[in-house]
Design a protein around this ligand. Structure first.
Ligand SMILES: [Zn+2]
Length: 562
């Protein structure tokens, strides 16, 4: 192609054009503007983050004919020659190809001479860690007594390999890898300036593939433009990168929300048909889950990438944060285990199915949801019989009418259907009320609100003829209102087939060793809770999660299955 490659064309020519590295820029700019300049600088950082670019701008700042400043004019001959790479007093060396001591000597032989055109002679030594030991020794001599007109700018991807003697004589700057937003934003800017059509969704994919390196990102962008015949489309970029379109990933996550195993496997098949690399797909899925987690935990983070924010926010609301963490962990393990699967597709499918199996039924992001997560991991409890003679009183929005000494009178506890089936009304007709059948009969009654509370908390004492004596704890005495009493009498009479009247005495069911339905259920609930807790602790899947997350079970979140 006839145009200059983007990386070269868009190489920053002054500090204001540099993307990221603000911490380094500030130090360099201050040093230049206040004319407090060290004689040796070390720029350390991974490839493509701007080490030599910063060094060149620095060299220009030192030699601009308008004077030393952080803002070189860019117009004078010195500035132009530096930009064009032919400024005689900027001596660039690639240490990777000049490791022999003679080369370094030759290089340093000229150090003592004054600059021919500029103010400073600037030595820019790239990959300086590649120099040999004797080259370092030759360099060290110069660094110990540097002529005032010389500046050394070293760049390295591996500062660990530099001798301490050299390191200690340099002002060191650590350049950071650029983040997705910085790279995407810069690509966006360049494409607009170049008037090249592009899908904004395609840019984060390029940024991700560039892995923190702006140079790699621009090189990929060049390829994408070429691949797309002059424009940058989502489809072409994803084809080019062999990655998956975000949309497709979102379909996978949506299928998880909907518990739609069929759709999940269809997505896997489509990816396979398209020849996608499943390791890359899992990587992209990890990135997507990470973004969803970020949106959940830090919703107003400024850097929350705007691309697809809306869709991701919607997904974020449909999962609990814990679920997203779990899915992330499963994807991570899936990626790790991929080489061990029979083939990549089946490995990928298993990962999706594992996500599906761990995914709670309720998708709304509520506390309820979190509490019910263990439900998929445990076998169901007792079978529910559908034919309930006395229908279960609906859980009412009852005002809890009393401070409850027992943590028990939960209106949502389901009485055993089996119990009510033993008491069809035809058989109950002649049955005498007794201590042994009291709670069963009470459970089968259709009662509302206060009458239900009264019934559940009353214990049977005795029956004489049609007079039935019950006990009620003193702190619950207020439940025995005449209305509640009337309703309970009516329900009992109907159930037993004869008229009866109730008389209440104060007494504690616990100390009198009498059963109320409430205490009975509390005991049952406690047993069930204990079973559920044991079941969770003995569950190998839970154990695996604990190990994978370094997690612990929050005991209070364990709920038995109703
Ligand atoms: Zn200038």
């Amino acid at each position: 192609m006839s145009y200059l490659v983007l990386a070269r064309k868009w190489r920053p020519k002054n500090f204001t054009e540099v993307v990221g590295q603000q911490h380094v820029l500030r130090a360099l700019i201050n040093g230049l503007d206040q004319n407090r300049l060290h004689h040796a600088f070390l720029f350390a950082g991974t490839r493509g983050v701007g080490k030599t670019t910063l060094a060149r701008i620095f060299a220009k700042s030192l030699n601009c004919e308008q004077g030393v400043s952080s803002n070189p004019c860019g117009e004078c001959q010195s500035c132009q020659e530096v930009d064009a790479g032919r400024f005689v007093d900027l001596i660039e060396v690639d240490a990777a190809s000049r490791t022999k001591v003679d080369d370094t000597r030759e290089l340093l032989d000229n150090v003592q001479y004054a600059p021919s055109r500029g103010r400073y002679k600037v030595y820019l030594i790239d990959e300086v860690h590649m120099l040999s030991t004797s080259s370092f020794n030759a360099l060290l001599k110069t660094l110990e007594e540097p002529p005032p007109h010389v500046k050394f700018l070293f760049a390295t991807t591996d500062p660990q390999k530099l001798p301490v003697t050299i390191l200690s004589r340099c002002l060191q700057f650590n350049l950071r890898r650029l983040d997705l937003a910085q790279i995407s934003g810069h690509l966006n800017h360049i494409l607009r300036q170049e008037a090249i059509d592009f899908d904004v969704d395609a840019l984060p994919a390029i940024a991700r593939a560039a892995d923190g390196s702006m140079r790699d990102a621009l090189s990929l962008l060049d390829q994408a433009i070429s691949f797309g015949g002059g424009s940058v489309t989502n489809e072409h970029v994803h084809q080019m990168l062999g990655t998956i379109e975000q949309q497709q990933l979102q379909l996978i996550v949506t299928a998880l929300v909907n518990q739609d195993g069929k759709s999940l496997l269809e997505q896997a098949q489509q990816l396979s048909d398209l020849g996608r690399d499943f390791a890359v797909v899992l990587n992209d899925l990890l990135s997507l889950l990470q973004r969803i987690a970020t949106i959940q935990m830090v919703p107003d983070l400024e850097n929350n990438n705007e691309d697809q924010l809306e869709q991701l926010t919607s997904l974020a609301q449909q999962f609990s944060p814990e679920t997203i963490q779990l899915l992330y962990q499963i994807a991570l393990h899936g990626k790790r285990d991929l080489p061990f699967a029979a083939d990549p597709k089946s490995g990928f499918e298993m990962t999706l199915l594992r996500m599906l199996s761990f995914q709670p039924k309720l998708t709304a992001h509520t506390d309820d949801n979190i509490a019910q997560q263990p439900r998929n991991i445990r076998p169901t409890a007792e079978p529910i019989k559908p034919a309930v003679v006395a229908p279960q009183p609906q859980p009412q929005p009852q005002p809890q009418p009393q401070p409850q000494p027992q943590p028990t009178i939960s209106p949502v506890v389901t009485p055993k259907a089996a119990v009510t089936e033993q008491l069809p009304s035809t058989q109950a007709n002649e049955e005498e009320l007794s201590e042994s059948n009291w709670t069963q009969i009470i459970a089968s009654l259709k009662l509302a609100a206060l009458a239900r509370q009264l019934a559940d908390n009353s214990a049977f004492i005795s029956a004489r003829g049609h007079q039935v004596y019950l006990s009620l704890a003193p702190e619950l005495a207020h439940l025995a209102t005449s209305k509640a009493q009337e309703r309970l009498e009516a329900a009992l009479s109907k159930n037993l087939g004869y008229e009866l009247s109730l008389s209440f005495e104060q007494g504690s069911a616990a100390t009198d060793n009498r059963q109320t339905l409430a205490t009975e259920r509390a005991e049952q609930a406690s047993v069930k809770q204990q079973q559920a807790t044991e079941s969770i602790h003995n569950d190998p899947a839970v154990d695996a999660i604990k190990k994978a997350f370094d997690a612990r079970v929050i005991e209070s979140s364990i709920k038995p299955i109703e």
